[in-house]
Design a protein around this ligand. Structure first.
Ligand code: PPS
Length: 417
């Protein structure tokens, strides 16, 4: 009672209250400046990853457009203003640990523009300017090169990117339009592919799976690794070898009218060396009209036979048979089917293509900052030699039953004449 009556007691209370509020202020400031809501420190790698995860969701993929997105990080806002980004996807072409573009940085408090950068951000371009220059005939000489190694921006800095064995392979067919398919798929941010043909399962199998894996570009979790080697489809040993690597792999086969395909194959051979006339090679005896199935240009087109071997290892559901003709006449639609089969978002569509009158084929619309369109190289879309109509007719008659069988096996009618 005496104490309560003591006049000094309220002053003591006031002092304690003051000290307590100072302590609370110090704690709040510490939390504001040094900790995130999850309790992690800024320099904790776990925090950086968590922060990146949040930011990633805020960045949308945009085609051919200026990107201006808000990147929320904890309580602060970051504005990434990335110009000249043809396709930007935060998962692999913006790395928070790297360099910040001049115009990027945290928003000022009033939200008007970038202030001093906190993280350094790098914008990378997933489009390899060399991608369209591959010549499949040159594949062996360059097979050590992936799109990642050609484009240093793709090679290393992707968050948690690792080299994986392919989940998708374009296994054929030679001259079917495999290069076009691969290059169109490479536009997709969820696809990373080796540029040149690897020829692992048919020619370099002895190098071992580890060698093969190292040929693949680095990918992050949601990205699909793929390669294309058209000779796989017709090489006897390949289905078992692919199965040994993965029984779940998805297999893309680009097929084309086998007669046109054979002429295309022949055109390629002629471009390299002097050769007999097409009809001399196509028939055992031109007079009897017996087709020479030992000539690879003819043999490759008997698709049903080759497919039979693959079906001993893989169910039909793991294959997609892409129409080489549709890839030329309607690339957007055919690419829609492919993306659907691969279970990826439909990103590549008709808007990415235009028909190049001079080349006579679809090409990709020009890249930003470049005035020239992107067409496949000179070895794609060559002029074919004139072949006598009766030779063509005899080949059509030869292929017809095999084609019918192939339509039946695949469930897709390609309507080849
Ligand atoms: N956009 C575009 N531009 C050029 N060429 C195109 C395109 N789309 C499909 N094609 C067809 O692809 C044929 C070549 O097929 P591949 O790429 O499978 O050839 S290879 O086996 O890799 O050598 C090639 O065969 P040829 O016309 O005989 O040269 C083309 O018909």
């Amino acid at each position: 009672m005496l104490d309560l009556c003591n006049k000094r007691w309220p002053r003591k209370l006031l002092l304690i209250a003051c000290l307590l509020s100072v302590l609370v202020c110090v704690l709040i400031s510490y939390r504001e400046c040094c900790q995130q809501p999850g309790g992690r420190r800024r320099d904790d790698p776990g925090f950086l990853a968590a922060e990146w995860g949040r930011g990633r969701n805020m960045v949308r993929s945009v085609w051919d457009e200026e990107i201006s997105e808000t990147f929320l990080s904890g309580r602060r806002q970051y504005r990434m203003h990335l110009q000249q980004a043809r396709y930007v996807d935060a998962n692999y072409n913006i790395d928070v640990r790297d360099e910040l573009p001049a115009n990027a940085g945290p928003l000022r408090r009033d939200g008007t523009g970038p202030a001093r950068p906190r993280h350094r951000v790098r914008q990378t371009n997933p489009h390899n300017p060399l991608a369209f220059g591959y010549r499949d005939e040159d594949a062996d000489r360059s097979s050590g090169t992936t799109d990642a190694t050609l484009n240093p921006l793709l090679s290393s800095n992707s968050l948690n990117a690792t080299r994986k064995l392919p989940q998708v392979i374009i296994i054929g067919v030679k001259k079917g339009g495999t290069r076009a398919l691969l290059e169109y798929l490479r536009l997709h941010p969820d696809i990373r592919a080796v540029g040149p043909e690897v020829h692992f399962f048919d020619r370099k199998y002895d190098n071992g799976l580890e060698w093969y894996r190292r040929k693949m570009p680095p990918t992050i979790a949601r990205q699909i690794t793929m390669e294309k080697t058209p000779s796989y489809f017709i090489t006897r040993e390949v289905p078992a070898r692919v199965y040994n690597m993965s029984r779940d792999v998805k297999l893309l086969v680009v097929v084309r009218d086998p007669v046109t395909r054979a002429i295309s194959d022949y055109t390629q051979t002629v471009s390299k060396k002097n050769t007999k006339k097409f009809e001399e090679l196509a028939f055992i005896n031109n007079a009897t009209g017996l087709v020479d199935t030992s000539w690879s240009a003819i043999r490759i087109g008997v698709y049903a036979k080759h497919l039979e071997r693959w079906l001993q290892y893989f169910p039909l559901s793991q294959f997609m048979f892409v129409s080489g003709e549709e890839l030329i006449s309607n690339p957007g639609k055919e690419m829609g089917l492919v993306q659907n089969f691969l279970g990826i978002k439909k990103v590549v569509s008709e808007k990415h293509f235009y028909f190049n009158q001079t080349k006579g084929f679809p090409c990709l619309k020009k890249k930003e900052g470049s005035s020239s369109p992107h067409c496949l190289g000179r070895t794609k879309g060559r002029a074919h030699p004139d072949i006598e109509p009766n030779v063509i007719q005899r080949l059509r008659d030869f292929y017809r039953p095999f084609n019918m069988k192939f339509y039946q096996m695949t469930g897709r009618n390609f309507n080849w004449p």
